[in-house]
Design a binder for this molecule. Structure first.
Ligand code: NDP
Length: 319
């Protein structure tokens, strides 16, 4: 039978490129989990994914109710689940004031981490039941959350501190909209959310890999400076960042090429038998070969991962 993969945020950028890479082969059916139904339908058509190889289902990660509804809708479709890709993200580096999810969490961490945390926790049961030879749960990470890299050292750096802001519900009412309890900073909130993504993947691996055989992985697929993620950035940065990437860090090709290449990389992590190892943070070298990369000290802190897991469970209503 065909494999079934859910990809969140498949309506643009990396998610769409991955949906295309996987959906055009005919061996997989892609469930595009998107907040804007029409945009996702148009996007799938525009990149030419054959109709029979994809389904759009509504998912707004900024609402826990919507996450639960999505899981119900998916289950009612009767499809088995063989792979889940947590890809969607918001990035609000120029926001002066925090904005909040339906449940009152700061939007970047609320969407990128907490929405995906609930989604993947609920869908773990579905993955367990799959009879596919390679079941995978993939959470897209980023170099920017990794302070052991050049890009990860551009201030403001990621830092979850002792999670006091998260424990307080990630809003100004109780403590702070930032995980570490500090002043709101949109760029930092995004980086923090990516550290949460990478910690969550490793905690999943420790708790569930042996028992379930599911491979849990994260990755940094390369920089794609022209995706929607940069739409909220200041115009000067938007103008300068692609050439900077091209000439300084050499991490950049043309936008379309970079996006297609990153989509192929993420598709590899979904279905390539050689990338089936669990607990790995994949990266690619200049010749496009994958390798197991090191995470920063904070992004590989097992004690922090456990605490993050427990606090997140409470916030999303699982504990
Ligand atoms: P895009 O902005 O192009 O894509 C983000 C996707 O997330 C969009 O489809 C967007 O939907 C969706 N999304 C946002 N909020 C929600 C929500 N509340 N519910 C459901 N979907 C939502 O960015 P990229 O493709 O660049 O980013 C994809 C992933 O890649 C992210 O995890 C990001 O951290 C990671 N990444 C990106 C890098 C880059 O260089 N661009 C580098 C490293 C990592 P909509 O289309 O409706 O806006």
């Amino acid at each position: 039978r065909k494999g079934n993969v859910i990809i969140t945020g498949a309506s643009s950028g990396l998610g769409l490129a991955t949906a295309k890479a996987i959906g055009e082969s005919g061996e997989w059916h892609v469930i595009m989990a998107c907040r804007d139904f029409l945009k996702a339908e148009k996007a799938a058509k525009s990149v030419g994914i054959p109709k029979e190889n994809y389904t759009v289902m509504h998912l707004d990660l900024a609402s826990l109710e919507s996450v639960r509804q999505f899981v119900d809708t998916f289950r009612r479709s009767g499809r088995p689940l063989d792979a889940l890709v947590c890809n969607a993200a918001v990035y609000l580096p120029t926001a002066k004031e925090p904005i909040f999810t339906a449940d009152g969490f700061e939007l970047s961490v609320g969407t990128n981490h907490l929405g995906h945390f609930l989604l993947s926790r609920l869908l773990l049961d579905d993955l367990k039941q799959s009879d596919h030879p390679q079941k995978r749960l993939i959470i897209v990470g980023s170099i920017t959350g990794n302070t052991n890299t050049l890009a990860g050292n551009v201030p403001p750096k990621a830092n979850l501190g002792d999670l006091r802001g998260l424990s307080g519900g990630l809003n100004s009412l109780n403590c702070s909209p930032m995980i570490d309890g500090g002043q709101f900073d949109g760029a930092k909130a995004y980086k923090d959310s990516k550290v949460c993504n990478m910690l969550t993947m490793q905690e999943f691996h420790r708790r569930f890999h042996e028992e379930t055989g599911i491979a849990f992985a994260s990755l940094y697929p390369s920089c794609i400076a022209e995706t929607g993620l940069f739409r909220n950035h200041i115009p000067l940065f938007r103008a300068l960042f692609p050439p900077f990437q091209k000439y300084i860090t050499k991490g950049y090709v043309s936008e379309a090429e970079a996006e297609a290449e990153a989509g192929k990389r993420l598709a590899q992590v979904v279905r390539d038998p050689n990338l089936g190892k669990s607990g790995v943070y994949w990266s690619w070298n200049s010749t496009s070969s994958s390798f197991e990369n090191q995470l920063s000290k904070e992004a590989s802190d097992a004690e922090k991962a456990r605490k993050l897991w427990e606090v997140s469970e409470k916030l999303v209503g699982l504990a």
